[in-house]
Design a protein around this ligand. Sequence first.
Ligand code: GRF
Length: 286
Amino acid sequence: MFQKLKQRWKVNGINLVLIIATFAIGGSLCGRVSSWIITYLPVETKWIEILLFIIFCTILWPLSVLLVSFPLGQFAFFKKYIGKVFKRFGGKQQNTNATINIAIFASGAGSNAQQIINYFASSSNIKISLIVCNKPGAGVLSIADKAGIPTLLIEKERFFKGDNYLPELQNFHIDYVVLAGFLWKIPPALINVFPKRIINIHPALLPNYGGKGMFGHHVHEAVINNQEKESGITIHYVDELYDHGAIIFQAKCSISQNDTADTLTQKIHVLEHQHYPKVIAGIIEK
Ligand code: GRF
């Protein structure tokens, strides 16, 4: 049963436990509040009391679970869940094929991939379905393993000159490609198949400090060497040039005199983890 629920809600074990706890605590909270309200009402007949209890519970249940879902970190799940319940009662037909599948392309430590996986773990309609990597042994591969997400290790020749691994992406019904520390240029054929559906994050404020060779430490070193007062992140659509597609979002951080490329890397990672998953969600929901 738990296995089925995990699949149906597309959540991992921990989130499933938290969701069940939210249902239980939220349900009992709404029952208690309803009974408490009724004690203040001048109701003498038992059946009217029961009727009022049912009405109050129906009204208060969504609010209670949403309230409880906050501290348990399940707000996104319950927001969608309650939306679905309302739609069902409103008679609107549910589209059961509405899952949006994301492939994350990453070849590094995978801290951004981890944040994105966590963020969408409780989503009812957005799923991280595949991790694509070009470096055997990259940290992101073990992150994928732990999260139970399939991985695809790709090699250069086929990526650039062959079928670009399109059949595999299609097998997983991929709708969006999210780059999170993937250094190869995306071939035009893939860009054509996923128009405005390939998103990248760059660890600087584009159009500055972008382009070929501007990745990882090189970016931060260049920024520090130029004595910039601020840097930041840029989330953008991918086109056929490095770090060039339309900018979707930027966030800044200040640079102090003591900052080094290492400390700037940390500041940038904080910004990336804070914003990237949310921006992806925003793009998909739009
Ligand atoms: C990030 O800084 C991202 O901006 C860049 O590559 C880095 C990947 O870091 N494209 P991680 O592997 O997600 O930790």
